[in-house]
Structures are given as C-alpha cells and as structure tokens.
Design a protein around this ligand. Structure first.
Ligand SMILES: [Zn+2]
Length: 238
C-alpha cells in the first residue's frame, strides 16, 4: 500500500515538476532576449469572420508581423486564412490540436501537442514552435514537443485580454513599457467583431506598436527572436 502511494507520488513529481522548471527557465531566457523588442503573440485562432481578419488588417496597415499560436482544429477549419497569414509574413506556431490542458487532461494532452504541430506544418518552414495550452506543460507534453522537433515558447507578459473583466488599457501599456517590451500574450479566439474583448485586443495592438515606435524597439516574431535576428525595424505610424 505504502509502496503504491510512494510510486504514485514519484510519478506525479516526475510528471509535473519538469513543467514548472522548464517553464521558469524558458521564461527567464525569453525575458533576457526580448528586452527592447516587442513580440506580439495571439493564441487560440485563427477565427473568422472575427477577430483574426481584423487583427491581420491592423498589422498590415502598420507594417508589423506577429506570431499566431494556432489551435489545430481552427487552422484546419480556416485553411485559406492560414495561407493568407503565412503569405503576409506572420509566424504560424502550434497551440495543441484541440487545446487540451496539460494538467487537467494530461493523457490526451500528450497526443494533442504532436497533432497541433502537424496541423501547422504546411504553413511554416524551419523548426516548429509551440505554446502549451494554458502554459501547463508536463514531462510528457515536453517530450512530445521534443519528439516533434519543436521548441516550447511561453510569454513574458499576459495582457489579460481573455479575462471577463478586462484590465485598463493604460495599465497594460505601462507594464510593457516598464518591462521594456517582451513577448505579449493576446488572444484571437472566436469573438464578435466590435465586442469589448475583440476591441481591447485590437486597441492594445495599436497602442503597443505606437509604444515600440516611440521607444525605438524592434518588432519581430517569436521565430526571429529565437533565431537571434530581431531584424524588423520598429513599426510604421500609418
Ligand atoms: Zn490557448
């Protein structure tokens, strides 16, 4: 009985501890490399008619590119939109096929990582990157990423644009300014165009591009940041 309990406890530590440790080390590394750089990221899309197309139109007007962490089943349902995103120079990354939670649904989350990475393969070249849904990794989801040859990515600042009670826009812009840029987590899951959440994400995107321009930060994608080539000039003011 005691042996079984100890084995179970050991398995739990082995499963969950790497998720914490790899995440802490990964975020620290991303924080260092993204100082003076703005990396816009959007999770849970793509979704049409809103909000992904509106985000793409704003980015095109501003001459900026972003990283979209796509849910595989949304990507498969919106192939034309994915092709457009790739054509417009955005960085298409994986976010699970069915957005399985690594801790609450740990067994199904393992296969979900690989399926999500396979779903975005047609839209990118080079090493795939993925962000675990809810940021909740385990040893097994991390190994699934390694098996698929993909790099795990987190964020350095959560815009909280998915909260029911949205934060003040100014407070988010101030936090990004204090932290001198970073990898900003935003969302393009299905929302009505013009809904408070969709409007918040759009307005925040514009305000962050203004901030990057004012401060002379580079704007680049996650893949460019990881490759050490944050080469895109600060966003234009159009
Ligand atoms: Zn998500």
């Amino acid at each position: 009985m005691l042996e079984a309990a100890l084995a179970l406890a050991g398995l739990a530590v082995l499963t969950f501890a790497p998720g914490f440790l790899v995440r802490a080390a990964g975020i620290a590394r991303l924080r260092r490399s993204s100082r003076g750089v703005l990396v816009l990221t959007y999770d849970d899309g793509p979704n049409a008619p809103a909000p992904t197309p509106q985000i793409l139109e704003l980015l095109a007007r501003r001459g900026a590119r972003a990283t979209f962490f796509l849910v595989g089943e949304c990507a498969d349902a919106n192939r034309e939109l994915c092709a457009r995103m790739a054509r417009e120079g955005h960085d298409l990354a994986a976010h699970g096929y069915r957005h399985r939670h690594g801790w609450l649904d740990p067994l199904r989350a393992i296969g979900d990582v690989g399926a999500g990475i396979r779903a975005i393969a047609p839209y990118r070249s080079g090493r795939p990157i993925y962000r675990q849904p809810y940021g909740k990794s385990t040893l097994w989801t991390l190994l699934a990423g390694v098996h698929a040859g993909a790099a795990p990515v987190w964020w350095t600042l959560d815009s909280c644009d998915s909260r029911e009670e949205l934060p003040g826009l100014e407070s988010v812009v101030e936090r990004v300014e204090q932290e001198q840029g970073g990898i900003i987590l935003m969302h393009d899951y299905k929302r009505e165009a013009g809904s408070p959440g969709a409007r918040f994400t759009l307005e925040l995107t514009g305000r962050l591009l203004d901030l990057a321009q004012r401060r002379g930060w580079r704007v680049c994608t996650v893949s460019e940041l990881l490759a050490g080539s944050a080469a895109q000039p600060a966003a234009g003011s159009a």
